[in-house]
Ligand binder design. Structure first.
Ligand code: SF4
Length: 258
């Protein structure tokens, strides 16, 4: 009896070994402004629009995401994206609620809860799964080889970049060009990109040529990104030939104008 109790006590004292929920896959200087940034893959994030997909987060490594926005230092991870607002956190049209998931991921990173791993190691964990490139931050802030390694084993991905005018056209195989105007769409197409075109709410999306409405927001038979995967540049297995259009949504929608 006493030896059973001793064994139980030993088991109770043993620290629980929890599997990491994410990994740091890259850290370095932002190609935009040289500030320290970090790329983290979380394995099991889900939301209503995307469904179950691993997520790639690109964050400032030294400042909390909300503070970075207030100081205008989120450009290190978002570049010149116009959805950032006025550089002080006002007039933000970005749909990401930065005080929630990005802040939680940043806190876990600073608390050392994400081990450092190579993209190839994480790609092994992602084999046959799906990943969203840029749950927050622009994936093109990372070396393209990091992103290529992460998607080498997956069943599908989605990705978006506002940096398409200035980055290597090789990114067109992987990400959608985030487009805010008709002229953006045209210019992105000339560079070989498909566009993810955000239009003001109440736009007649059906009247926009060579484009289809985002499958997650269409009223008939909506799909989650994890099922759809149409936003995977020109080389994704589920990529379609046309651009994707979405009506501005979320709290920032009022800042999106034609
Ligand atoms: S078109 Fe498909 S992959 Fe792209 S955002 Fe909409 S649901 Fe997601």
């Amino acid at each position: 009896m006493s030896s059973t109790l001793t064994r139980r006590a030993r088991i109770a004292r043993k620290p629980a070994t929890r599997k990491p929920t994410g990994y740091v896959v890259w850290q370095g200087a932002s190609p935009y402004d040289g500030a320290p940034i970090v790329a983290i893959v979380t394995l099991k994030t889900s939301n209503r629009k995307t469904g179950q997909m691993a997520q790639l987060w690109i964050l400032r490594a030294d400042i909390a995401p909300t503070a970075a926005i207030r100081a205008g230092e989120d450009s290190s991870i978002c570049g010149p994206c116009p959805l950032r607002g006025d550089g002080t956190g006002k007039a933000r049209a970005c749909y990401v609620v930065v005080a929630q998931a990005p802040t939680n991921v940043f806190k876990a990173f600073r608390a050392g809860r994400y081990p450092v791993a190579t993209p190839e190691f994480v790609a092994n964990l992602l084999r046959g799964r799906k990943i969203r490139l840029g749950a927050y931050g622009d994936p093109a802030m990372l070396p393209i080889d990091v992103v290529k390694a992460l998607i080498a084993t997956v069943k599908g991905w989605t990705g978006y970049s506002h940096q398409w005018p200035t980055i290597s056209p090789e990114w067109a195989h992987i990400v959608m060009a985030s487009a805010d105007t008709v002229a953006d769409r045209r210019a992105a197409r000339a560079l070989g990109y498909r566009s993810f075109y955000v239009v003001p709410a109440n736009t007649d999306i059906a009247a926009i040529p060579h484009a289809v409405e985002c499958m997650a927001t269409r009223t008939r038979n909506p799909l989650q990104c994890a099922e759809c995967l149409a936003c995977s540049g020109t080389r994704g297995r589920a990529a379609v030939a046309v651009d994707i259009v979405i009506a501005a949504h979320g709290t920032g929608a009022r800042y999106v104008h034609a």
